[in-house]
Write a protein that binds this ligand. Structure first.
Ligand SMILES: Nc1ncnc2c1ncn2[C@@H]1O[C@H](COP(=O)(O)OP(=O)(O)OP(=O)(O)O)[C@@H](O)[C@H]1O
Ligand SMILES: [Mg+2]
Length: 219
């Protein structure tokens, strides 16, 4: 940025294991979103290497990264990014229509507890419901990796808990490797692995011997 060089990430070395739930913690500006965006093929590192199984993501061009995202990655963001003129079902169908072996949109919405909101528009749903539609959209194509950047950031504590319990359950039931960025250190207990970032570096990586259940978390 002008005269100042910002190292959004440096010396990052990380493995994600099939089926695990990873929680990413760190202060604002510590590089969490940058890391998640690189993992998801939305952003590209200026140096270093990144593999999805045998696929060298760092050698792919923009079309190659699009293929990677389409085939393997689901995203959930803080602001749900739903299309306002489409119903819940239609928002999910946008993804399932172009995916290879998706679950039916209705099934994805049932998975997040919205089987009775299929024909609601985003403006007719609460924040937590909209985020659950976004999760349904993220998981409907049965991605191998689900990346969530502050999925509860815009929600009150109660609704945030509900959304996290949905992510936790979807991870357990579908075996989708899941990474969740949060500012709430208590959520770390939910993960198999917790990674702390500071100034672009991973400063701590903790493996939980067992995952806490959502009821045990002191918000
Ligand atoms: N496009 C950009 N150009 C220059 N610097 C950037 C850009 N994007 C991010 N940064 C810088 O990179 C660093 C990491 O940013 P990043 O968005 O990854 O942090 P974060 O941990 O997700 O923060 P937050 O919790 O606030 O979302 C910050 O210092 C930020 O200012
Ligand atoms: Mg961020």
């Amino acid at each position: 940025m002008g005269e100042v060089t910002v190292h959004a990430l440096r010396n990052v070395d990380i493995d994600l294991y099939a089926g695990e739930l990873l929680v990413l913690l760190g202060a604002s500006g510590s590089g969490k979103s940058t890391l998640l965006n690189i993992l998801g093929g939305l952003d590209v590192a200026s140096s270093g290497s990144l593999y999805y199984h045998d696929l060298c993501l760092h050698t792919l061009d923009s079309d190659g990264l699009t293929e990677y995202r389409r085939a393997h990655v689901g995203f959930v963001f803080q602001f749900y990014n739903l299309i306002p003129s489409l119903t819940a079902r239609e928002n999910v169908k946008l993804v399932t229509d172009i995916a290879k072996d998706p679950m039916p949109a209705d099934e994805a919405l049932q998975l997040v507890g919205l089987g009775d909101r299929l024909d609601h528009f985003p403006s007719q749903m609460s924040g937590g419901e909209q985020q659950r539609v976004a999760i349904a959209r993220g998981v409907a194509k049965r991605p191998n990796v689900l990346l969530c950047d502050e999925p509860t950031g815009a929600l009150d504590a109660q609704t945030g808990k509900l959304v996290l319990s949905v992510l936790d359950r979807v991870n357990r039931e579908t075996g989708t490797t899941t990474a969740i960025i949060t500012h709430n250190a208590a959520i770390g207990m939910l993960g198999d692995t917790v990674v702390h970032m500071s100034s672009g570096e991973i400063v701590e990586r903790t493996v939980n011997s067992s995952r806490a259940s959502i009821q045990d978390i002191e918000w």
